[in-house]
Write a protein that binds this ligand. Sequence first.
Ligand SMILES: [Zn+2]
Ligand SMILES: [Zn+2]
Length: 404
Amino acid sequence: MTPLQHAAFKGRTDVCQLLLENGADVNSNHHENGYSALHFAALSGNPAVTRLILEAGAKIDHLNSVNRTAAQMAAFVGQHQCVRTINNFFPKERLEKFTKQQGFETEPKLPPNLQLPFLRLINSTNIHPVKVAMFLKDNKELVLDAYKVAKVLDILVEESMKSRDTNDVLAIKCHYFATLIRQASKFLKKPDDTLDGFVKSLVKGRDVDGFPEMQERIIRQCLKEFPYIESQLLQQLVQQIAPVKIGDAPTALTTLVSGIYGPVWEDDSSCWTCGELKAEKKCSACKCVSYCDQVCQKLHWPTHKKFCKSMAEAYQTREQERLKEEAEKEQSKKEMEKLEAQIKQTSVSEDSEGNMRSGETAVQQEEVASSQTELRMVAETDTLTGSAENDRKVLAENIEKSKS
Ligand SMILES: [Zn+2]
Ligand SMILES: [Zn+2]
């Protein structure tokens, strides 16, 4: 096992970076089972490491000794984010013709200094518009050259749609990034403008329910403007989105993400601001919304503060109801046990009513009566399962019989 393979397996981006910078061979399969660094990165479950190894030129189709690629191994152990990263990877070789001057061109279509951020953008696995906007904010040079960057993306759309192996997944993804870059550029009018306004406009929720309307509208508009209406993926997305009212589920974003990456497992631990998975910080007041960090929480606060209190109350009510339900279940279980015992007792002295009653204390009689009433009430609620309901009915009939 090479040090790079080891670092990749441990999910250590920093160590991998250092080793690669110092000449580590990313495609070495110096391992007893023929694993490459990419296999280990994929198994680590860390998409950042996986992307780093891919960016260093790792071969995607390298097979280990049991004839499995890295993506297959990752799928096998359930590392879906790594599978996504590998399957959607756009190699830097494909960008070279844009960063080098071609034929009669006076300059390359894409300034060479934009190659790296461009690749990072196109290879990102979280395409949530806020996440993209935050990325653009940190890589402002892409937006300052928005015209050129969007143009290259447009060419990639065209190539993907017109090539023999049509790739409408890549085409729609590139078209989506071009749309966001063009939107972002509207916020950079003066040299020292930032993209804060762009990020905030995407996070902002509407007054009535906090739904981020702008995101929805941008994605819908983006799909409307996709130039290849014959694309099957486009048609499928439009069919799914068109009947949905803005604000209802599924959102255009959910539909787009599952169209590009395959089925999305709805996960309530994803960040409410940027969609990042496994966001572990929760709003301390309502415990209902998750965030990556304080940055995401602060961005969302102007929207969330209008709903935090009511969400906290709803959470409390839900918790109380859950506890009450549990207590009731426990109580009715006890009642059942008690009743069963009493029925056994009753059937023994069934022949002489007088004897039966005299054998019981007043308290016991009262208990039987009240549990019978409860029994009828419980049987009427639809929260019971069929069999439990039947048990209770049979029991109730038995009691009626034993009384008469
Ligand atoms: Zn976040
Ligand atoms: Zn809250």
